[in-house]
Design a protein around this ligand. Sequence first.
Ligand code: HEC
Ligand code: HEC
Ligand code: HEC
Ligand code: HEC
Ligand code: HEC
Length: 412
Amino acid sequence: MKRSVWNWLFLLSSFGLGGLFLFSVWQETFPEWKGYQAEYYQRLARVTGDPSKAEAPLKIQQIYLPEFHRTDRCITCHAGVDNPKMKDQPQPFRTHPDLGNPEFLAKHPFNEMGCTVCHQGQGPATTKRHAHGPVAHWEEPLLAKELTVGTCTTCHQNIPNLKGAERLVQAQALFQQKGCIGCHTLHGKGMLVGPELAETWRKGVDQFDFRYVRGEETTDRWVKEHFKDPQAVVPGYPALGIPESAMPRYELNDEEVQLLTALVLSFASEEKEDGRPIPARFKVAAAAPAPGPVYASKLEHGKAVFQKFGCAACHGVEGRGGIRNKNMEMAEEVPPLIYIAKGFTREELKETIRKGRYPARSDPNGPAPPLWMPAWGGKISEEELDALAEYLLSLDPDQPTPAASLTQTRKE
Ligand code: HEC
Ligand code: HEC
Ligand code: HEC
Ligand code: HEC
Ligand code: HEC
């Protein structure tokens, strides 16, 4: 190459460097947060009618939390969170919501807890992009507002009575109704047809396959898209004989997807081990465990056992079927349980539940059906098994709902 070309290149690159330098000086002098803070003080001057407020010096504000190993600078921009006068202002200046509970802010003093313990996000960052994320090397981007309730379990054990956590209680009911525990373990309890759910949110983003998920690569995005359509997100490798996801594709609406995603998040926050422990004084223990429920009848007990072990996972809500099982003989569907009384004696039924079964293949040369009947022997007590059999034998295909059949005497 000619010498003059090198000279030109050198000149160009020094212009580039100079430009970068000027840009960083400009950013230092007029950072994003100064704009927000200046506007905050102007708005504060207006709502208080005190013009001197607008003259306050601009500086980075932070909540330093050595106990939590955190420093949260969110209040640099969100300067009005604890000022009730700012309740009608736009974000990021607005007063923090109280979740319909006037005690909420007093019980969670920001100067002792900070923000990221509930919201995630990158505490020390002072640009919106970095504080909210997602950015490289930060695993916990700001949670969508709808998911924030999932982190209440970081400190609270007693969710069913927790004001402000009603959506989480709704999510738990959905989890029970669908019988997720029949296919998944949660803290080691349940069945390992699918993965342990307390681990999901603790995995790094790099442990999820994002090839079939559009948009930002965050855990919540993957989990949400997976709930909407498990087979689209986990299609397997048909060419290698690795099957698509065996998880049912529920027809969930958007709110239900949010609820279940927040619930999966809440499983992980129960015992976080990310090097930022929650000090014991912030943990709110559950009240003494309630005495075991008393059932009005054996049938009612049986219905509760059906839920406890998640039989709906594969046999559908109230045993009504509809769960696909690829390459399983007959209809490629796990059998419903509402016809049981027609084909099983009580003892045969109990033995099937104790021992489990592997279904036969529809195409003998095709892959094994992904769902099988797990063995419950050793997990279920004789009393529970007895009640469960009573309930299953009472299910009657001619009755629109088993609830109705609960009030009927069973025809032998
Ligand atoms: C540089 C300024 C800045 C910083 C720092 C910042 N935010 Fe924000 N935040 C904003 C602005 C501006 C909005 C308004 C909505 C928008 O533009 O996204 C906002 C909105 C929000 C919202 C509402 C989102 C919604 O769905 O409506 C939450 C929650 C939030 N911020 C939390 C935090 C937390 C937690 C931190 C600290 C980790 C933080 N922010 C740090 C500027 C900031
Ligand atoms: C104890 C948990 C908790 C703490 C601590 C907490 N927040 Fe929140 N915050 C929530 C919840 C829950 C919501 C969502 C409320 C809802 O569902 O609308 C929320 C909502 C918000 C919003 C959106 C409000 C709106 O009007 O849309 C902002 C902004 C926000 N928080 C900022 C902060 C900042 C900044 C801090 C730290 C100074 C903080 N939060 C500390 C639980 C918390
Ligand atoms: C960092 C730990 C922490 C987190 C996260 C947290 N809380 Fe709390 N919460 C506390 C502490 C500590 C108290 C005070 C308990 C007391 O007064 O005995 C409390 C008290 C409460 C109370 C009133 C007393 C009670 O136990 O009923 C409510 C309601 C509440 N929290 C709701 C929530 C909700 C909703 C969330 C999630 C958005 C949440 N908290 C997240 C620590 C936390
Ligand atoms: C992980 C999926 C799965 C779960 C969870 C599950 N089952 Fe099954 N179950 C199956 C499959 C698959 C079959 C069909 C087996 C076959 O074809 O041999 C089956 C068959 C049965 C049968 C025989 C039905 C018939 O018509 O032949 C009974 C009874 C039964 N299950 C009861 C239960 C009960 C009670 C529970 C809850 C304790 C339960 N199952 C949970 C997958 C499951
Ligand atoms: C019929 C069995 C079955 C049922 C019922 C089922 N799942 Fe799954 N689930 C699976 C299998 C198998 C996988 C692993 C393959 C995949 O990722 O899709 C899985 C994966 C998942 C994952 C991803 C976990 C991870 O760490 O990668 C989540 C989250 C999940 N299920 C939640 C649920 C919830 C919540 C329910 C109840 C609403 C549920 N599942 C019901 C079988 C099931």
